[in-house]
Design a protein around this ligand. Structure first.
Ligand SMILES: [Zn+2]
Length: 147
């Protein structure tokens, strides 16, 4: 299997474990996330290379929006992992300052609803959720969205 194929297969598995990144708020700024980013914290477990580095550890991934992912990727290219760990809090704070508290709260509430729905749909696909639980979740979601 090529490194790129392995990378893609891992990211597909990651979405199964943690759902799609766009069902989460961005870890840095709190706006909608767009992708899962490896945080650089498992240097000894890395596979692949360049833009296709990955680790088979879902806890080493954070959901980021496109803007924050771009900032993070640029920082990862020019800094060592130790320097990166030092730089991230300030980069994240700057990103957070660009998003209003209202937007962050809105995204947080909406992502929670979307995640619940996606998890129920995923369980249905896997055939693990009883129909009664699915109907109850649907009813809750309809109620939540009707407000
Ligand atoms: Zn962001």
């Amino acid at each position: 299997m090529s490194a790129v194929t392995a990378y893609r297969e891992w990211h597909r598995a990651l979405r199964t474990f943690k759902l799609s990144a766009d069902l989460h708020p961005c870890d840095w700024c709190g706006d909608w996330a767009a992708r899962w980013c490896y945080d650089g914290s498992r240097a000894t477990a890395e596979q692949g290379s360049g833009a296709f580095v990955f680790v088979e550890d879902s806890s080493a991934y954070m959901p980021l929006c496109d803007s924050c992912a771009g900032t993070f990727t640029a920082a990862r290219r020019r800094l060592s992992y130790a320097e990166l760990a030092d730089a991230v809090p300030e980069l994240a704070r700057a990103a957070r300052d660009n998003v209003s508290a209202f937007t962050r709260a809105d995204v947080l509430i909406d992502t929670a609803k979307r995640r619940e729905y996606a998890a129920a749909a995923q369980m249905t696909r896997l055939g693990k959720a009883p129909q009664a639980a699915i109907r109850a979740t649907d009813a809750l979601l309809r109620h939540a969205y009707s407000n």
